[in-house]
Design a protein around this ligand. Structure first.
Ligand code: LLP
Length: 415
């Protein structure tokens, strides 16, 4: 599933020992395996090869240019949510005609940028956005291809912060209103109805919710046919979950096998907007233990990575496996792994059984390729970590560790 493995008691990424990367690039550092990225992308492609399809990598999961260029090289398109993500995708040569643009708050400026770039389509999330897009397209003398993001009101059974397919979510157009909004879209002069879109949540670990939502969307497609508004694309969103603690999750082939009949019947080209499943287990965060500390109540390992580097444990209570980079015979102990940030919520793991670890040792925080560096910040004026890409027996820094000057770029001490 990934290329981070122990060889003679030492953790490697592909053919490179992580110790070597730490020595050259310092810590904390994110490390990505190009081979894993490619394998995951190819696995998805292979699974859906029985259907006309397009895989649009969800840029928000990890937008590093080296990740994007690796996937662009494989033929991937992009699922974007901002002008900034479009800029990144185009910068690495991703084909604009493979870019789909979702999000509930696209500005007129972002719409114009995407239209001028010639993206495949906008996933429109409200009637007001539809009207704005029609206006902007008119001003630029062009037509905007669209899908409506339909909210099917299904429970994706994932963390509430990342469930998006229920009625109370801010996303999409309610399934009961969808037909009327399609009719309205079809009547607008500068909009071309091309598809239907859904995204029901992230880190979903069952196929069931997809089956349920797609059968609801299948009914909508039939009614659109009857109304003379046929669509050519069905975008099933992202959300395929990954194992964070070696749990069983469906493989791409499981999704494909179960969803193929419904998707085939639609007669549409299928779009997948996958982020986490491609990049999540293709990356780790490497951190160094600074201190051991005990309050009597608890034992702590203070490491040099913090919530500003990886916020998932603090924000969602997410579990990331942590392992020393060097294996040896030692007792387990129960510790909190915490960072230097001034917040009690700054932890990478709580009450975790880990082999006894001394200051100076390296720890690998696993499954940190998705929503990890991408959600990092400069909180506490901490410089963001370096990022490294590994390819076989070579590696390169693909984002430099920030310098102090980077922290104040654009600021002035105004008086
Ligand atoms: N399409 C849309 C419209 C999305 O909003 C998302 C993710 C995706 C596709 C990709 O989903 P994926 O295949 O990666 O599950 N920060 C959270 C995850 C937020 C997901 C946001 N939307 C986390 O760390 O778990």
């Amino acid at each position: 599933m990934h290329d981070f493995n122990f060889v003679n008691g030492e953790l490697f990424c592909e053919e490179v020992p992580l110790q070597r990367i730490a020595a050259e690039a310092g810590t904390p550092v994110y490390i990505y395996s190009r081979r894993t990225l490619r394998d995951h992308y190819r696995g998805l492609k292979e699974a859906f090869s029985g259907l006309p399809h397009l895989i649009c990598y969800s840029v928000k999961a990890n937008s590093n240019l080296a990740v994007l260029s690796t996937l662009a090289g494989e033929g991937a398109g992009a699922d974007i949510v901002s002008g900034g993500e479009l800029y990144r995708a185009l910068k690495v040569g991703m084909a604009a005609e493979k870019v789909v643009y979702a999000g509930i708050g696209k500005t007129a400026e972002e719409m114009a940028y995407a239209l001028k770039s010639g993206i495949l389509m906008f996933n429109v999330e409200s009637t007001t956005e539809l009207e704005a897009l029609d206006r902007v397209a008119g001003e630029h003398g062009t037509k905007a291809r669209i899908a409506l993001r339909v909210n099917p009101d299904v429970d994706a059974q994932t963390h509430p912060y990342i469930a998006t397919g229920l009625k109370e979510a801010k996303f999409g157009i309610g399934i009961d209103d969808a037909l009327a909004v399609y009719e309205y879209a079809a009547s607008l002069p500068n909009v071309e109805v091309a598809g239907v879109h859904q995204h029901i949540g992230s880190q979903i670990t069952q196929v069931g919710p997809f089956r349920e939502s797609l059968s609801i969307i299948g009914e909508l497609l039939q009614r659109l046919q009857e109304k003379g508004i046929p669509v050519r694309y069905i975008n099933i969103g992202g959300g395929f979950g990954i194992p964070y603690r070696q749990e069983d999750v469906p493989y791409p082939s499981d999704y494909a096998r179960e969803l193929e009949p419904i998707l085939k019947e639609s007669g549409c080209t299928v779009i997948l907007e996958i982020g986490r499943m491609i990049v999540g287990n293709a990356g780790i965060l490497l951190t160094k233990v600074l201190y051991r500390k005990s309050t009597g109540e608890k034992d702590f390992l203070v490491v040099d990575a913090a919530m500003n580097d990886l916020i998932r444990p603090s924000l969602y209570g997410s579990f990331h496996e942590i392992t020393p980079v060097l294996q040896s015979e030692r007792e387990d102990e129960t510790v909190d792994v915490v960072g230097p940030v001034c917040e009690s919520s700054d932890f990478l793991a709580r009450d975790r059984a880990l082999p006894h670890t001394e200051p100076g040792e390296l720890l690998a925080v696993m499954s940190a390729g998705a929503y990890a560096f991408a959600m990092s910040s400069n909180y506490n004026s901490r410089r963001r970590a370096a990022e490294v890409m590994v390819d076989g027996d070579r590696f390169g820094v693909v984002r430099e560790r920030e310098a102090y000057e980077d922290l104040v770029r654009g600021e002035r001490a105004w008086d």
